[in-house]
Every structure is written in structure tokens, then in C-alpha cells.
Design a binder for this molecule. Structure first.
Ligand SMILES: [Zn+2]
Length: 227
């Protein structure tokens, strides 16, 4: 333990702008209904390493000092560089899923939302719980997604849910490999994982996807059919 402390710089020497940003983004995402009931999460990489929000806490009240810092580039295990002072805090259950996007896509940030629109859009596309695809076409907001035009047919993979978040890891990795042009995986009855080259890109893509899923659900409710 003393060796670990000696290798780790004091808290004050680190650039702490990213954990502050995570705290702020979690408050915003709570307002959108993405991280209610302690669900959802976010992880952002910077020069210090990989910052990950804690598990099972009120996401809109996360203090920057409660965010874990993990070693970057170490994807086969969890190497903690800095842990919160509160020993009761655990790393987000989403950690293996965040690592999938870092390892396979070199993402700069990953966001996990429990948005109701993701749950309903997945249910519309896969009433049996998946696997399947969410599809969208002819919507301007598709342009906020990497490589997608508004008249293209967008297809986002939907994977079945599991009892534990971490058990999604293999099927999420499989979906990422099968959809190289898509920066998201929807989990049936659960939510969505979205990533990007940095946190701005991840947030933008998450907002656009949320809009598209909501547009699909509302169009179905109004009996409009596909756009
Ligand atoms: Zn979740």
C-alpha cells in the first residue's frame, strides 16, 4: 500500500478539470432523465488517465472527489491510480463496457444512459427483447452522427439485456465489431451506450440518438409510420 501511495502524485498535482466536468455532465444528464435512480454513467479519458464515475450513487450529486482515476491503455484489468476517500464507493458497473469502446474504438469518452426513449425504441424494434436493430431515416438530426447523412438509413445494434451490467460485455463487444460505422449499442429494456472521439462528440451523438429514438416512438404513437 505504501508503495502505491509513493507512486501516486498528491491530489493537488493532478489536473482535476475532467472529474469536475463529469460531475457537471451527470447533473445535466439527470435533467434529461438519462441517469435517474442511480442508473447510467460516464467515463472520460484525459492526460491523467481514465476517469470513471462511481456506481450506485445519486448521479446528479456526484462530487468531483468521488470520481475514480484508472490507468489508460490497461484494458485487461482495472488499475486504479486514484480512488475516492470514501471507501464505500465502488467503480461504476459499466466499467467493462466503457473499456470495450476505449479498447476497440479508441474512444475519448463513453456515456451510458437509461433514457426512456432508448427503452421504448428498442421495445418497438424488438418486442422479444432482441437482438435486433434500431433504424432511422430522413431525419436531420442523423447528421450529428459520425458518417451519417439525413437521407441515409441509420442502423444501431440492439443487444438483449442481462441480469448484471458487466455480463453485457461480450455481446456489446460483438455488436461493436459487427457495426464498425456506428458509435452506439442499445440494450433492450435497459438503455444505450454511446461514445465519441472526445466528450463533446460523445455527448453530441448521445443527444442526436436520443432525439431519433424519441422521434421514432412519438411517430409510432401518432400512427405516422416510418419517416
Ligand atoms: Zn445501465
Amino acid at each position: 500500500m505504501s508503495q502505491l501511495v509513493a507512486k501516486t502524485p498528491p491530489l493537488s498535482q493532478r489536473d482535476r478539470s475532467t472529474p469536475k466536468l463529469i460531475s457537471e455532465l451527470c447533473r445535466q444528464f439527470y435533467g434529461l432523465g438519462w441517469v435517474s435512480g442511480t442508473g447510467g454513467g460516464i467515463s472520460i479519458r484525459d492526460a491523467e488517465g481514465v476517469w470513471v464515475a462511481p456506481s450506485g450513487v445519486q448521479k446528479e450529486r456526484i462530487d468531483p472527489d468521488e470520481v475514480f482515476l484508472l490507468a489508460d491503455g490497461v484494458w485487461d484489468r482495472v488499475e486504479i491510480l486514484e480512488r475516492p476517500r470514501d471507501p464505500a464507493l465502488r467503480i461504476s458497473e459499466c466499467q467493462p463496457l466503457f473499456f470495450n469502446a476505449f479498447r476497440m474504438r479508441d474512444a475519448g469518452a463513453v456515456l451510458h444512459s437509461h433514457s426512456l426513449w432508448a427503452v421504448l425504441a428498442a421495445r418497438l424494434a424488438c418486442p422479444d427483447g432482441g437482438p435486433g436493430e434500431f433504424r432511422s431515416q430522413n431525419l436531420e438530426m442523423q447528421k450529428g452522427l459520425r458518417g451519417v447523412g439525413c437521407f441515409d438509413e441509420l442502423r444501431v445494434p440492439i443487444i438483449p439485456n442481462t441480469a448484471r451490467e458487466s455480463q453485457l460485455s461480450d455481446s456489446m463487444a460483438d455488436a461493436i465489431a459487427r457495426y464498425p460505422d456506428v458509435d452506439a449499442v442499445i440494450v433492450a429494456g435497459h438503455g444505450i451506450y454511446v461514445w465519441g472521439r472526445d466528450w463533446v462528440h460523445a455527448k453530441t451523438q448521445a443527444e442526436c440518438l436520443d432525439f431519433l429514438m424519441r422521434a421514432t416512438v412519438e411517430a409510432h404513437r401518432l400512427g405516422l409510420g416510418p419517416a
